[in-house]
Design a protein around this ligand. Structure first.
Ligand code: VTB
Length: 349
């Protein structure tokens, strides 16, 4: 990297501001019961602050294709570097960005736990350009790295995780999205003896919790979105965790009617145009986030296992975030007071 370029550490603090803005906007709509409105305000806030970041960013995972998404669409160029003069632009790093301005739109709309605003960034090509289809995932923390296999029976994986953590399977908690497609998985986890936390939404923040000791979450297993799998992988690179994943489009496995999901030929065509030659491939952390220089930032929207939700007080707001980079090896939990009141504003610890 050139000396005059913004360092990843500096950029990470810029991305922190981006996530904070999205989280604050979404949190204002908490409990209103309108998930698309919550999402929309998060997207708008994220997009606005993104342009103040001195970079030449390109969205690789975003709100969808250009035609359907007015903002943060895949391929959109974001960042102040595009508005700067040529000389200044040169000093703005080129980065690929994966955003989820509001992960858990339903959670926010209902005021339920674990909604977050999140993004990951890397050097060009550092994040897989994943299709917006389903993905089967298993996510574990550093202690269990290398002992799980997405194709192994659930019981074997749980046995290995328990051994690594020096406990019994009965002492493990696994997070699973509460969906009919997970009937067999849930049965297998129960039969193995582990405890389960069924969640209504939000497998990205759940995956991150699995990689942080002390959350009492030891694994995330099951089928969620592929784009979120890439962002999870970026977090795993910073947290030394592991994700294994495989794309899924078979309606039977998804437990949905054929007409609810794109047909196999449509999916395969789409994957081919995206350069994915082996649709059955098992992706590991490095396949999903091959970047050498990854930045990850997330801010709590509603209260969660790792992050507190946004709090509003008369003279401002308070946000709780995590920011990390593979370069600096710092995991920062950031508690920010955004003061809007005058000089008499009381700052509370
Ligand atoms: C949601 C969401 C997850 O996957 O479940 C979605 O809550 C896909 O599943 O956080 P459904 O279509 O069954 O809701 C995630 O978005 C991310 O992986």
């Amino acid at each position: 990297m050139r000396d005059d370029m913004r360092t990843d550490r500096e950029l990470s603090l810029d991305f922190l501001r981006v996530c904070e803005a999205a989280a604050i906007a979404a949190a204002r709509t908490m409990g209103q019961g309108d998930r698309s409105y919550s999402d929309q305000v998060a997207v708008e806030a994220m997009r606005e602050v993104m342009d103040t970041v001195p970079m030449r960013g390109r969205v690789v995972i975003g709100e969808g294709e250009r035609d359907d998404a007015p903002m943060l669409y895949i391929g959109e160029e974001v960042g102040g570097g595009f508005h700067a003069g040529e000389e200044l632009a040169e000093s703005c790093p080129e980065v690929d960005i994966a955003v989820d301005p509001l992960e858990g739109t339903n959670l926010c709309a209902l005021g339920a736990n674990n909604a977050i605003a999140v993004l990951a960034a890397a050097e060009r090509g550092g994040l897989l350009n994943a299709p917006d289809i389903y993905m089967d995932k298993i996510v574990v923390g550093p202690s269990s790295r290398g002992v799980v296999d997405i194709d192994a029976p659930v019981k074997d994986n749980l046995k290995n995780i328990a051994r690594r953590l020096g406990r019994d399977i009965e002492d493990l908690t696994v997070i699973v999205l509460d969906r009919s497609r997970h009937k067999k998985l849930i049965g297998d986890v129960r039969a193995a003896g582990a405890r389960i936390r069924l969640i209504s939404d939000g497998d990205l923040s759940a995956g991150i919790s699995a990689a942080v000791a002390g959350t009492n979450i030891h694994a995330l297993i099951g089928i969620g979105g592929a784009p979120e799998g890439v962002i999870t992988a970026a977090a795993m690179k910073c947290l030394n965790g592991e994700i294994q994943a495989r794309l899924v489009w078979d309606p039977e496995r998804l437990g949905v009617d054929k007409d609810k999901v794109p047909s196999e030929s449509e999916v395969l065509d789409r994957l081919a145009t995206m350069g994915i030659r082996d649709p059955q491939k098992v992706y590991d952390t490095d396949d999903l986030a091959p970047g050498k220089r990854i930045i990850f930032a997330a801010t709590g929207v509603t209260d969660g296992a790792l992050l507190k939700g946004v709090r509003f007080f008369g003279a401002g707001k308070r946000t709780h975030s995590m920011v990390m980079t593979t370069e600096s090896r710092h995991i920062r939990f950031v508690d920010t007071l955004h003061i809007e009141g005058g000089p008499d504003t009381v700052i509370r610890f």
